[in-house]
Design a binder for this molecule. Structure first.
Ligand code: PLP
Length: 354
């Protein structure tokens, strides 16, 4: 049944082993495997969990609940909602945090469950997504956290190249080292985890530029797409084609490329931007924007061009190909596209070993 995402598990496991080894070679003592793109697809997560990553991480607690029988500590990487504290403490061993009120809610939930919940305090070093702004006076909040009976401050972390596109380098990552020193000196404690970011930090490995103070990374995209994300470069030996989408042609008609009549808006309320290139063999495929953003797909056959789509339809120009209705077309997909496809209940997920 189609549409389907085909997952080459052999290639995926190889990618995961390479990233795991890279972390070991660069003295990253704990590496969180971020599996959010699998959207709760446990068969694959179970296999990846055996590679050697120290923790399993996801942005959604619903996914971590699905992985509860997997014997790795679980990390929630999106800042928790205080209203969700009960199930976060129940199903995640660690969460990333920046708000005292949320940490207090986690402490209360942990008390009632007779647990100690680990937290990594996030610092914003300039990318301007989550974290305490590094120029702020952060020591008082640390003092308050240390008073909480059922919270363990495991370390500090940062997230870069997510909102502002800021690339990790020695300068911003060393700021995390300074924050660590100030916290440890003031409170006479040892922070075990200094978490230096995501797949965008990996490029520093090659250049031997990752500051020694960084001993943890949280890696997702590089494992799944085989590339670092600071510059989008493929990582040697890794596979960029672990995932592919297959969808079925449900109509082929020869039609003009330019619509006929007065033009208003498309099905999504946007003014169409269409170039007239004459007649074409147009195919409609049974997949749409409810399942994936069309711009996130790349046809395998370069003769085929995506020309648009709506909620349930993908329209392509078949060019010189000889396809007929019922044929299956194959697409490569980028990370946001993969996330949507994996999340769509209308898209089947199929494992392949070759
Ligand atoms: C806080 C946090 N850490 C790590 C990651 C993993 O990022 P990447 O997939 O670029 O490795 C993400 C995103 O998924 C994130 O939000």
């Amino acid at each position: 049944m189609y549409p389907r995402v085909v997952i080459n598990i052999t290639k995926l496991e190889k990618n995961a082993k390479i990233i795991h080894q890279m972390c070991i070679d660069n003295e990253i003592s704990s590496c969180f495997l971020v599996v959010k793109v699998l959207a709760g697809f446990a068969p694959v997560v179970r296999r990846l969990a055996k590679i050697g990553f120290t923790h399993l991480a996801d942005s959604r607690i619903e996914n971590l609940i699905k992985y509860k029988s997997i014997p790795l500590p679980k990390v929630l990487i999106r800042l928790p909602m205080g209203s969700d504290a009960k199930r976060i403490v129940k199903y995640a061993d660690i969460s990333l945090n920046s708000e005292l009120s949320t940490i207090i809610a986690l402490n209360e939930a942990a008390k009632t469950q007779n647990k100690v919940h680990g937290i990594i305090l996030m610092f914003d070093l300039g990318d301007l997504r989550e974290g305490i702004f590094y120029q702020d006076d952060f020591l008082p909040i640390v003092g308050e956290i240390l008073q909480l009976s059922n919270i363990k401050l495991l370390g500090i972390g940062t997230n870069l190249t997510c909102y502002g596109g800021v690339i990790p380098d020695e300068q911003n990552l060393n700021l995390l080292g300074e924050i660590k020193k100030r916290i440890e000196n003031k409170y006479q404690i040892k922070l075990d985890i200094i978490s230096g970011g995501n797949s965008s930090t990996l490029y520093l490995f090659n250049q031997n530029r990752i500051p020694k103070v960084i001993n943890n990374l949280r890696i997702g995209e590089a494992v799944f797409l085989g590339r670092e994300t600071a510059y989008g470069k493929p990582i040697i030996g890794m596979h960029g084609d672990v995932f592919s989408l297959r969808a079925t042609i449900i109509e082929i008609q020869k039609k003009p490329s330019y619509p006929i009549g007065n033009i208003g808006f498309d099905a999504f309320g946007r003014a169409p931007d269409i170039t007239d290139v004459g007649m074409m063999r147009r195919a409609i495929l049974a997949i749409g924007r409810q399942d994936v953003e069309i711009a996130d797909l790349i046809p395998f056959d370069s003769r085929i061009k995506i020309i648009g789509g709506s909620s349930d339809h993908l329209i392509v120009d078949l060019g010189s190909t000889k396809h007929k209705t019922g044929d299956i077309l194959k697409f490569n997909v980028n990370y946001p596209g993969l996330l949507r496809l994996m999340t769509s209940p209308y898209v089947r997920k199929i494992l392949r070993w070759k």
